[in-house]
Design a protein around this ligand. Structure first.
Ligand SMILES: [Ca+2]
Ligand SMILES: [Ca+2]
Ligand SMILES: [Ca+2]
Length: 708
């Protein structure tokens, strides 16, 4: 690889920010298989390896063992939300290039989902004979507003997929499969609870059998439905009337979820799959790995756990440490229920339990596949031919954030709590294991690592003028003395194109309420986060409002009103961090909003316990401190702003370039015609149709992008 590669345009221009040295260690010929474990919404705050000063975190002995025998990357940035991060680590490209800047919802248009023209990891690795599979949460593309429907995974290269197209577990069915009918009665966990434990119930199965005296969670784990009276109380006998009231088609959280399978070009669904999602995913991964290890064929297995994305439920008993007990003084619930309003405490506990259960699942997969063994010192990695990579895809969800990280600057923001994630790599080519790497790395760099592991030059593998944002990672694994490769790090979220207009959702936050009109895009999503919906159907006076700006004015400019920016970009040179915000045009200025924020991370709070980089909390913003910037700070501010502008210019979209080859021509026309009619990546005017209006745009942009 050369620094003059035109695909690394952004890299060259930004090199001025720092020394670019020793790019590209000499590639070695031995190839490694890849086990890639994705922990959903597990930010750096959650794990002892990335938040060492907090002694009350979930217990993760497996991840700690892997880190102690591998490399712990303590300075890894993800994108602030699921879909942008996931598309980035499977394509090596920032959200502005992939078009995926926001988490997918049912109304996200195809052009804000992963494009079928991306060179994704499975496509890259197929060139070296690898078979790739993804088990669990996908969320790069989805079945709605997508011409490929439930074949969306295969359309972007994941021809071996078994999991869910949703962004997390489905909503918990608070009626327990239709059994609770009393108004006001709610089973917030999706099963009956008695005292502060799952109730003992009769457990019905779809094959007509029924067993009595079973713990409600054990019943769900076994694929059954706990019998529940109309008022939510448990039924302990196998009552035919009660069994007859069960709606067997309902989905609910981690125990009854919509499975989608892609095998080659065949796609099908099972709704619901009645198996604890993470267990199912771990078993599928184990079988896939064993098959390839027996055959000696190269493979990449992405194990994308559904767990720890909201909503949370109690994991199966065999996945919790022995003796795990719900605290006696905490009401048992999974969300707000009548009389139980402390949902945050319950969610934190269930999130910890879910992380502990995922840690156990990882251990099981490693042991079952021979990638690890139990040695005298405990879990011992025995994977000389396999790279084991564990990452969190974005910062933690608000209520689950652990101190000292900031729960109101968490997931869905470009602040540190929203984008600093755990990244641990062990096995295969790792030299001098048991070390930490503090150099800046980014989720896009993982794409380069997939290529490096397979002996592929990712630049050579890219078609046409396809631009990558990734930097090499293998040098850090092979060489303990490796100098930092990235002169800067970057993260962003962007507004997606939606089939339906977005409306404001107001969520309670300290000192007031935070409004978003871009993230919680439906009434159900909004209310599931405890928000008040101001779109159509909202019950509040003054609804509907179409934007947070309108709502702010309609509420007569209330104090404590915060707003989620439509777009947020963060760039750092390793010390200083610039955040650039954009809001929709608003007739009034909403207090507390600003175009730029600027932080000196080593001077920010908690830097001493967070590897020298503190938290970009409001009080640390150098632009609002009242003290003028020093000459050095001014230079850093201007340098980062210029670098961001350069990067944004480099990432500017090429309108009409459907097949992503840097030009608009016959191939794009053919692509457009192949999608004619419904939603597609060729819907250039974002109206969910591919038709003459889009054709007119395509013809008017005919030619090479960036040239007149
Ligand atoms: Ca996520
Ligand atoms: Ca093209
Ligand atoms: Ca259109």
């Amino acid at each position: 690889m050369s620094t003059t590669n035109p695909r690394r345009h952004g890299l060259i221009l930004l090199a001025a920010l720092g020394a670019l040295t020793t790019l590209g260690a000499h590639a070695e010929s031995n190839r490694a298989n890849i086990l890639f474990v994705i922990l959903d919404d597990v930010g750096a705050d959650q794990l002892s390896i990335t938040n060492p000063s907090n002694l009350a975190l979930a217990r993760t002995p497996t991840i700690e063992a892997i880190a102690s025998q591998g490399v712990n990357f303590t300075n890894c940035w993800a994108m602030p939300e699921c879909s942008p991060s996931r598309v980035s680590f499977f394509t090596g490209r920032y959200p502005a290039r992939t078009g995926v800047g926001s988490p997918l919802t049912q109304t996200t248009l195809a052009q804000s989902q992963c494009s079928p023209y991306e060179v994704t990891a499975p496509r890259l690795l197929a060139g070296a004979g690898y078979e790739s599979a993804l088990f669990g949460k996908f969320h790069l593309a989805q079945n709605e507003e997508n011409p490929f429907g439930i074949g969306a995974p295969a359309s972007v290269g994941f021809t071996r997929f078994n999991g869910t197209l949703l962004g997390g577990p489905p909503f918990i069915d608070e009626t327990v499969a239709g059994q609770i009918t009393d108004p006001g009665a709610v089973a917030s966990c999706g099963y009956p609870v008695l005292g502060n434990a799952p109730a003992i119930c009769a457990c019905a199965f779809e094959d007509g059998t029924c067993e009595e005296g079973i713990d409600a969670v054990d019943c769900l784990t076994a694929g059954g439905v706990p019998l529940t009276a109309a008022d939510g109380s448990p039924i302990t006998t196998c009552d035919d009337d009660a069994i007859g009231r069960i709606d067997w088609s309902s989905t609910s959280g981690n125990y009854a979820w919509p499975r989608t399978v892609n095998e080659g070009s065949v796609a099908f669904q099972e709704i619901p799959a009645r198996v604890y999602a993470d267990t199912d995913q771990a078993e599928l991964a184990t079988a896939f790995i064993l098959k390839h290890r027996a055959a000696g064929t190269p493979w990449m297995c992405s194990l994308s756990f559904t767990g720890d994305h909201d909503p949370w439920q109690q994991p199966p008993a065999d996945l919790l440490p022995p003796g795990t007990q719900w605290p006696k003084n905490l009401p048992y619930a999974c969300d707000v229920e009548p009389g139980i309003d402390s949902a945050g405490l319950q969610q934190r506990l269930l999130s910890d339990w879910t992380i502990e259960s995922m840690d156990r699942q990882i251990r099981r997969v490693l042991l079952a596949t021979g990638l690890a063994a139990i040695g005298p010192g405990g879990l011992t990695i025995t994977a000389p031919d396999t790279l084991i990579v564990i990452i969190g895809d974005n910062g933690s969800f608000l209520t689950t954030v652990k101190a000292p990280f900031n729960p109101v600057r968490a997931k869905a923001t470009a602040y540190q709590t929203g984008i600093v994630v755990p990244l641990v790599i062990a096995g295969g080519p790792v030299n001098a294991p048991g070390r930490a790497v503090d150099a800046m790395v980014n989720v896009v760099d993982l794409f380069e690592l997939w290529g490096e592991a397979a002996g592929i030059d990712v630049d050579d593998a890219m078609p046409g003028t396809r631009q990558l944002d990734s930097f090499p990672m293998m040098p850090y694994l092979r060489n303990p003395m490796q100098e930092p490769l990235r002169p800067f790090n970057f993260s962003e979220y962007r507004e997606p194109y939606q089939a339906e207009p977005c409306y404001p959702c107001l969520v309670a936050s300290p000192g007031g309420a935070t409004c978003t009109d871009t993230i919680l895009t439906t009434q159900q999503l909004c209310e599931s986060q405890g928000g008040v919906w101001y779109g159509p159907g909202g019950v509040v006076t003054g609804a509907p409002q179409s934007t947070c700006c309108e709502l702010y004015q309609a509420l007569d400019e209330p104090s404590g009103f915060a707003v989620v920016y439509g777009t947020q970009q963060a760039i750092t040179n390793g010390r200083y961090k610039l955040i650039a915000n954009t809001l929709e045009t608003c007739a009034v200025s909403i207090p507390g909003t600003a175009e730029y924020e600027f932080y000196d991370l080593p001077q920010c709070p908690f830097a001493g316990v967070l590897f020298g980089r503190g938290l970009d909390n409001p009080g640390a913003n150098l632009l609002t401190s009242g003290v003028p910037l020093s000459a050095e700070q001014t230079a850093a501010f201007n340098g980062l702003k210029a670098a961001l502008n350069t990067l944004n210019a480099d990432m500017a979209p090429c309108v009409g370039d459907i097949n992503m080859n840097g030009a608009v021509g016959g191939a794009d026309l053919a692509a457009m015609l192949s999608f004619w009619g419904g939603p597609s990546v060729a819907d250039l005017n974002n109206d969910a149709l591919t038709n003459g209006a889009d054709l007119a745009i395509l013809i008017s942009s005919w030619g090479v992008c960036g040239q007149e």
